[in-house]
Design a protein around this ligand. Structure first.
Ligand code: RP5
Length: 168
């Protein structure tokens, strides 16, 4: 396990990585350390159980689980820990990711999984950052700056649009 990882990210298959890497990028940008593993609720159930226990012992505070199809990984992680779990439904089949979304979001009472949009890796990472920012002022400041930048970007795009359409 990566030393001092605060967030453990598990994905069910290497085919999920092109989406999951976006979450890793966001967490890196905010200086949040990650441990990233390919472990499957269905194909390597024993290893998932073992990993969750080790991750907790090593100080991980938030889990992110990414999976497609019958996406049980985030729910299984949540069944094995009391730490917050964020699920990313991955679009990987004929149903456009709806299968994964419903598999992740429809958790039974008592075992919550915070579910982001289909392929919503960036938001999963930002949600984890927000959780840490509750007790970390420097992260809270970075998030505020991130939001200011988004705000400015949209306003700049709007200004440009107004210029473009004024003579139509
Ligand atoms: C899930 O099934 C994985 O998370 C992946 O999104 C999907 C397809 O897996 P592969 O067949 O590409 O390994 O378990």
């Amino acid at each position: 396990m990566e030393n001092k990882a605060q967030v453990a990210i598990l994905m069910g298959s290497d085919s999920d990585w092109p989406l999951v890497v976006k979450a890793v990028d966001v967490l890196n940008k905010f200086g949040v350390c990650t441990d990233v593993r390919i472990l499957s609720a269905h194909r390597t159930p024993g290893k998932v159980r073992e990993y969750i226990q080790t991750a907790e012992e090593n100080g991980v505070k938030v889990f992110i689980g990414a999976a497609g199809k019958a996406a049980h990984l985030p729910g299984v992680i949540a069944s094995l820990t009391t730490l917050p779990v964020i699920g990313i439904p991955i679009k990987s089949s004929a149903t456009g990711g709806l299968d994964a979304l419903l598999s992740i979001v429809q958790m039974p009472a008592g075992i919550p999984v915070a579910t982001v949009a289909i392929d919503g890796s960036e938001n999963a990472a930002l949600l984890a950052v927000q959780m840490f920012s509750v007790t970390d002022e420097s992260l809270a400041n970075k998030l505020a700056e991130f939001k200011r930048e988004m705000n400015d970007k949209i306003l700049a795009a709007d200004k440009e649009l107004q210029e473009e359409i004024k003579d139509i």
